[in-house]
Design a protein around this ligand. Structure first.
Ligand SMILES: Cc1cc2nc3c(=O)[nH]c(=O)nc-3n(C[C@H](O)[C@H](O)[C@H](O)COP(=O)(O)OP(=O)(O)OC[C@H]3O[C@@H](n4cnc5c(N)ncnc54)[C@H](O)[C@@H]3O)c2cc1C
Length: 227
């Protein structure tokens, strides 16, 4: 019996699916397509992957399940699951809630892990699958016809037009250009408050598995602090 013909690298095939955005949603979509043998290419405006940054820090079991299936089980293993949520007003504890694991699954109900680490793990799988990311490509427009889509990009070397069979918009909160081209809104509300988010490595003996919310603490009066 003849061995199966080797599949060409995913990004050398004409008219791949263009995944717009190399965040975790775009990476996961690209991996799922590649796993099914669909040629795929990712496009992102960033010059390269961010080395640090927690951002989407909480990942729930259903997402971990998809990543586990794709070969990224290390995200669940490396992530931290806390099981107690404590809320304080000044120096007084208002209440404490225990979060029991709600199901019989080998995966935790959720983990905290930095988005930069998640993206790094998924990038490794994309490399293995032969899926290339075109960095420094800012999507500026998109049109479609009966056979596919044209995606206009601004790059440091000038404008580029990419042709794809389909485009998947995974541009996150700043994907207005594609939403507008498709006539889609982005409904919802925002907080007026500003938040400072820091990634800090610290020893916190006894409360490694707790989430603490402080309102108006003496050490930061008039503010809220979430740890
Ligand atoms: C400071 C901060 C803190 C956050 N904290 C949390 C948190 O605690 N929990 C939580 O769940 N979420 C948090 N978020 C939100 C979290 O980052 C998003 O939920 C998550 O990134 C969504 O993933 P995504 O793949 O949909 O989008 P993104 O990660 O935003 O990925 C979109 C990608 O599209 C690219 N892109 C955008 N526009 C274009 C364009 N025109 N052309 C080409 N590429 C483009 C971007 O460069 C990016 O790589 C935080 C975000 C920030 C900024």
């Amino acid at each position: 019996m003849r061995p199966p013909a080797p599949r060409p690298p995913a990004d050398t095939v004409a008219d791949p699916v263009l995944v717009l955005g190399a965040g975790p949603v775009g990476q996961t979509a690209a991996l799922l397509l590649a796993r099914r043998g669909v040629p795929v290419r990712i496009v992102d405006t960033r010059p390269e992957r961010d080395a640090v940054g927690s951002k989407a820090i909480c990942q729930q079991r259903d997402v971990l399940d998809v990543w586990d299936w794709l070969g990224a089980g290390t995200i669940a293993e490396e992530g931290l699951t806390w099981d107690t949520a404590r809320t304080f007003y000044r120096d007084r504890e208002l209440f404490s809630v225990r979060l029991p694991d709600p199901g019989a699954s080998p995966l935790p109900p959720f983990v905290n892990i930095s988005q930069s680490r998640t993206e790094q793990v998924l990038d490794h799988l994309l490399d293995e699958a032969g899926v290339r990311t075109l960095w420094d490509h800012r999507v500026t427009g998109i049109t479609q016809d009966d056979d596919g889509v044209d995606v206009e990009c601004a790059t440091p070397d000038g404008p580029v037009r990419l042709r794809g069979s389909h485009a998947l918009a995974c541009l996150g909160a700043h994907g207005g250009v594609v939403r507008e081209a498709l006539g889609l809104g982005f409904e919802g509300t925002s907080f007026d408050d500003r938040f400072l988010i820091c990634d800090i490595r610290a020893d916190l003996p006894g409360w490694e598995r707790e989430r603490r919310f402080y309102f108006d603490p003496e050490w930061n009066p008039g503010r809220q602090v979430l740890i």
